[in-house]
Design a protein around this ligand. Structure first.
Ligand SMILES: NC(=O)c1ccc[n+]([C@@H]2O[C@H](COP(=O)([O-])OP(=O)(O)OC[C@H]3O[C@@H](n4cnc5c(N)ncnc54)[C@H](O)[C@@H]3O)[C@@H](O)[C@H]2O)c1
Length: 263
């Protein structure tokens, strides 16, 4: 994006954590921000304090997402930036129920599909727009103790890549935010053993994530990596997969993580 001031942004999951940080920072940059969250009261408070507008939205509801986009465009103007950030962190492995896998898929992946379906036609008609997908370093690497989380975050990265290839020559810029660990920490990273202490040591703040996002948006960067080391891990995963997998198993052992029994 050439500049942020005066432009219109939507942030999903804006009531808490990274989304809240984005609502505050993008508003401070002079953007007109619509913050949405399934927790309507909390997002209204965050939005009011930031000078943004807040609404309740369950991002898994496709028709409601379409209605929200129409509402924003009528109230604030054409959407320049859509931040698909709401996500849930589901700890556990293949033993999770089908319903837990499905719920994780619906929030972490299908919500991005609903949002893109709603916002992209207008962006294409205008010949400009920026899509920001919050994935995770788990989408480039993996997440010890959280299979559904890692799988759905890989799917978000795949969707973002596909959109960048398909629409990148028609004025659409796509960014994929892949933080490693961000405080306040998600319970998904507290799966036993020494995992929590290791994660806490690597966590950055939501303000640091917002700094990285603003820089990445202005540079039209595809991967936005608040933890720069992730780029190196991703490269070694591609270059030497067996060595990288062995390293991850060593890390898992060092953290004393034990997967749940499969019955
Ligand atoms: N915290 C981390 O360490 C970390 C690391 C990498 C990626 N992420 C990703 O960043 C994003 C934000 O995570 P966070 O740490 O800020 O989490 P968070 O739990 O603090 O915030 C997530 C927000 O999304 C909202 N939400 C959940 N389901 C929703 C739904 N169906 N509709 C609308 N809103 C919904 C929640 O109410 C909450 O306000 C997620 O996609 C997460 O996977 C987080």
């Amino acid at each position: 994006m050439d500049g942020l001031a005066g432009r219109v942004a939507v942030v999903t999951g804006g009531a808490s954590g990274i989304g809240r940080g984005l609502v505050e920072r993008l508003s401070a940059e002079g953007m007109r921000v619509m913050a949405v969250d399934i927790d309507g009261d909390a997002v209204a408070d965050v939005a009011a304090a930031a000078g943004a507008v807040g609404r309740r939205l369950d991002v898994t509801d496709g028709p409601a997402t379409g209605a929200l986009v129409a509402e924003v465009e009528a109230e604030l103007g054409p959407i320049d930036l859509f931040c698909m950030n709401a996500g849930i962190a589901t700890a556990g492995g293949v033993e999770l129920s089908d319903a837990e896998w499905q719920r994780t898929w619906d929030v972490n992946v299908m919500a991005h599909v609903h949002a893109v379906r709603a916002v992209l036609p207008g962006m294409l008609a205008r010949g400009s727009g920026h899509l920001l997908h919050t994935a995770s370093a788990a989408g480039l690497l993996t997440n010890i103790g959280a299979a559904a989380y890692a799988v759905t975050k890989h799917a978000v990265v795949a969707l973002a890549e596909w959109l960048a290839v398909t629409y990148g020559d028609r004025g659409i810029t796509v960014s994929c935010l892949c933080p490693q660990f961000v405080a306040p920490m998600l319970d998904v990273f507290d799966v036993g053993g020494e995992m929590r202490a290791w994660v806490d040591g690597l966590a950055v703040t939501t303000e640091e994530v917002a700094d990285a996002v603003v820089e990445g948006l202005l540079d039209a960067r595809f991967y936005i990596l608040p933890h720069p080391d992730v780029a190196g891990y991703y490269a070694s995963r591609a270059a030497e997969p067996e060595r990288w997998l062995a390293g991850m198993r060593k890390l898992q052992a060092r953290l004393s993580y034990q997967p749940p029994s499969l019955g």
